[in-house]
Design a protein around this ligand. Structure first.
Ligand SMILES: NC(=O)c1ccc[n+]([C@@H]2O[C@H](COP(=O)([O-])OP(=O)(O)OC[C@H]3O[C@@H](n4cnc5c(N)ncnc54)[C@H](O)[C@@H]3O)[C@@H](O)[C@H]2O)c1
Length: 310
């Protein structure tokens, strides 16, 4: 039996994620979007890429959830981007409606699926999907840390002129400017970063990582990053469907871990066939604790705005 993976939202991130998943041959892929015809066309295009790239994954696109029935994993990338004149809260409430509607459909058609959220604001949208689906917490996970660490790793590797494969980095917290890179635990093949570069250089790379998304938006002007975000979501899906049990930084529902209650926040987790199979609680120093608390407070603020409208 092949796995079935649904990707909801066939825009930049969703479509790139779909082809990434097809190339990994870890399941058949269904791409869903509300724009009439577009996911069907993109699905056909990806199906026809198979003979060239040598993959047998079947890819189809749809405007409804019929073909998604009984998916094993559902990646949710549907949503709006911030438009001029729109506040953060306006975007929050608009995407709240999108994620609510999408999750209702997904939970109805694929009641046993593992949900991988991508839509921003990420940690808040995970909370919405968890509330609406009523899925157990180990089946709702958010993609942000894999992307944030990939950015950090890429900048470190470029700075030191070493392979990205040798660079490991730890990032905690909410997605965005309040994320907490734990520099002390980041290394190049076990050599602490702090022994490889001075503080000023490290601070510069941390800062660039925090603003990694904005740096790309500045160049693209009409959209945001999608190759790395799509690859990050696909890595998470692969770890789940192959039961690889990779330890990755993901947004997960915390119930007391790190002193955080009832919020999705990014921490290292083990991702396997059951979804989130373990949450790792790292001992943090006072400065890191304070940064994480600040990051969690920023997530809580968004939840409070949504609760008023519910
Ligand atoms: N978590 C992260 O690290 C991360 C990284 C990059 C992007 N994102 C977020 O991912 C989301 C998608 O980004 P993108 O660049 O692909 O945007 P995009 O505008 O290219 O694509 C979004 C797609 O969602 C579709 N959509 C809207 N409402 C829908 C609904 N109810 N059902 C199905 N589809 C619907 C739209 O038609 C569009 O095709 C955004 O919220 C973005 O901020 C998150």
């Amino acid at each position: 039996m092949r796995n079935k993976i649904t990707v909801v939202g066939g825009g930049n991130v969703g479509a790139s994620c779909a082809i990434n998943l097809a190339m990994k041959e870890i399941g058949d892929v269904v791409l869903v979007d509300i724009v009439e015809g577009v996911p069907v066309g993109k699905g056909l295009d990806m199906l026809q890429t198979g003979p060239i790239e040598g993959y047998d994954s079947r890819v189809i696109g749809a405007n409804d959830y019929g073909p998604t029935e009984n998916s094993d994993v559902v990646v949710i990338t549907a949503g709006l981007a911030r438009k001029p004149g729109m506040s953060r809260d306006d975007l929050l409430l608009a995407n709240y409606e999108v994620i609510k509607n999408v999750t209702e459909q997904v939970a109805k058609h694929s009641p046993n699926a593992i949900l991988v959220l991508v839509t921003n604001p990420l940690d808040a949208m995970c909370w919405v999907a968890h509330q609406v689906s009523k899925f157990p917490k180990h089946r709702v996970v958010g993609m942000a840390g894999v992307l944030d660490t990939a950015r950090f790793r890429a900048f470190i590797a470029a700075e030191l002129n070493v392979s990205v494969e040798n660079v490991t980095a730890v990032v905690l917290g909410g997605h965005g400017d309040t994320m907490v890179p734990v520099v002390r635990l980041s290394s190049v093949s076990g050599i602490p970063l702090t022994e490889l570069m001075d503080k000023a250089t490290l601070d510069k790379l941390v800062d660039r990582t925090r603003n990694g998304g904005a740096e790309i938006v500045k160049y693209l002007k009409t959209g945001s990053a999608y190759y790395a975000p799509a690859a990050a979501a696909a890595e998470m899906v692969e770890s789940i469907l192959k039961d690889k049990k990779k330890v990755l930084p993901c947004a997960t529902y915390l119930e007391g871990e790190y002193g955080i209650h009832g919020l999705f926040v990014g921490v290292p987790v083990k991702l396997g066939a059951k979804g989130i199979e373990k949450i790792y609680e790292i001992k943090l120093n006072d400065e890191e604790k304070a940064m994480l608390a600040k990051s969690a407070a920023a997530v809580q603020e968004l939840i409070d705005v949504m609760k008023k409208k519910m």
